[in-house]
Design a protein around this ligand. Structure first.
Ligand code: HAM
Length: 418
């Protein structure tokens, strides 16, 4: 028996309502804020991700799905959405268009992680990227999109965590301070943190091991080592969030898992689970990324949310997506002649824009109506010998359990109007 690969899941018809609802709300919101959809390939040149996410990160070191294609070129299945969009921004000369470019996407993301609840090897993200402006008001706009998105889904109990990790001018001195602090405790650090101390000291801050957490708690804070420009930027972002009435918590241990961030970083987490690996969304500024990829210096900010984690939270909070509004009709028949009429009527209804499921094969009326019931259709149309002779059809209101004969020629118009 084959099974879906570890860490992946089939999204069965019964689950699709959640995904459809989330995508519809996201697209509507993006339209409201002037964000346009972009799609990029599922795989890219492997070097794109090594360069942008960072060679010392967990994602690049342990989690990418990388393979040589038949010409021997190393390709990586997209482990995040931002780098491909920056690549596309440069490739298509988007800097020539009015700035910032406001873009959004839905994308499958692939990371070879240890699967657990809310952590998969393939997941879906909805993300937005605003590229080409360094104004802190844009940080607030992007954070506002994220918060409004969760609001529009009806999910509550979330907290917005905010930090600034500075820029290439002020970060090096901060990292030295951090290393100094951790070096004094090196013997008791976990093995991952020992490696981080050498390779990626910023990531020391979000280790989940109890002892390492204690050291992080007393570690120097990036926010206290910002250069005047980053400090002013952070204060402005805070000010705009206050103007927009968006509640947030400053979190000096929030550093994010990708290397391209500068200045503002943020995450949205279920309340009470701050710091756990449960974020439903996260993002930040990446002012150097486009230049690193060979473009002109171009400030940018964005975020992405994990759709499966949102579905988990919706279920936990009892948020049920609205049922699709299409009123579906079931066409039932008895006998060969009636079946020919049923095939014809089904096609006419569909061409009239009415969603229909028709019976197949040779089953009792009882079995057919049972199926209509399970499908939750509004009406069943029943055609038997008598109906064929009189060119009528029995229209059954499934909710009321009442039925009446209507003319075969009028039934499409009747249902169109209902
Ligand atoms: P990220 O924090 O790595 O950021 O991922 C964004 C969201 O995707 C997370 O908050 C989480 O909800 C979800 N997620 C991540 N990994 C998994 C997983 N293994 N299983 C299920 N859900 C997961 C980024 O990817 C950045 N590109 C976000 C960004 C956009 N920054 C700037 N612009």
């Amino acid at each position: 028996m084959y099974k879906s690969p570890r860490g992946t899941a089939d999204i069965l018809p019964g689950e699709q309502g959640y995904f459809r609802f989330i995508e519809e709300r996201a697209a509507l919101l993006c339209q409201l804020y002037g964000y346009e959809r972009i799609d990029t390939p599922v795989f890219e040149d492997a070097r794109l991700f090594i360069r942008t996410i960072g060679p010392g990160t967990d994602i690049v070191e342990k989690e990418t799905y990388t393979f040589d294609d038949r010409s021997g070129q190393a390709m990586t299945l997209r482990p995040e959405g931002t780098a491909p969009i920056c690549r596309a921004y440069i490739e298509h000369g988007m800097h020539n268009l009015p700035q910032p470019m406001r873009l959004y996407y839905f994308a499958s993301i692939f990371r070879y992680e240890r699967p657990q609840k809310g952590r998969y090897r393939q997941h879906q993200q909805f993300g937005v990227e605003a590229i080409g402006d360094g104004d802190p008001a844009l940080d607030a706009e992007v954070i506002d999109v994220a918060c409004q998105f969760f609001d529009s889904l009806g999910i509550g109990n979330l907290s917005l965590q905010l930090n600034s990790i500075g820029c290439k001018l002020c970060r090096p001195a901060y990292l030295e301070e951090l290393k100094g602090h951790y070096s004094a405790h090196v013997d008791r650090l976990c093995s991952d943190c020992k490696a981080r101390l050498r390779k990626n000291p910023l990531r020391l801050m979000d280790c989940k091991k109890p002892y390492c957490q204690d050291i992080a708690q007393s570690a120097p804070r990036s926010i206290e080592h910002l250069c005047p420009q980053c400090k002013e930027h952070f204060e402005s972002v805070v000010n705009y969030l206050l103007i927009l009435g968006i509640p947030f918590e400053k979190n000096h241990r929030l550093v994010r898992g990708l290397d391209y961030y500068t200045k503002t970083v943020f995450e949205i987490q279920p309340q009470g689970e701050e710091g756990a690996q449960s974020a439903v969304g996260g993002g930040g500024r990446y002012d150097d990324l486009i230049e690193e990829l060979g473009g002109k210096p171009t400030p940018a900010i964005g975020f992405a949310v994990g759709i499966e984690r949102i579905v988990l939270n919706m279920k936990q909070q009892g948020v049920i997506p609205p049922a699709p509004s299409a009123q579906m009709v079931f066409v039932a028949y008895l006998g060969d002649e009636a079946k020919a009429e049923a095939v014809k009527l089904t096609a006419e209804l569909r061409r009239g824009g009415i969603a229909v499921v028709s019976n197949l094969g040779d089953r009792s009326l009882k079995a057919q109506l049972r199926q209509a019931n399970t499908l939750g259709v509004a009406y069943a149309l029943i055609i038997g010998e008598e109906e064929v002779d009189s060119r009528t059809v029995m229209l059954r209101d499934m909710a009321k359990g009442e039925q009446r004969k209507v003319s075969m020629d009028e039934v499409v118009g009747l249902l169109e109007r209902s």
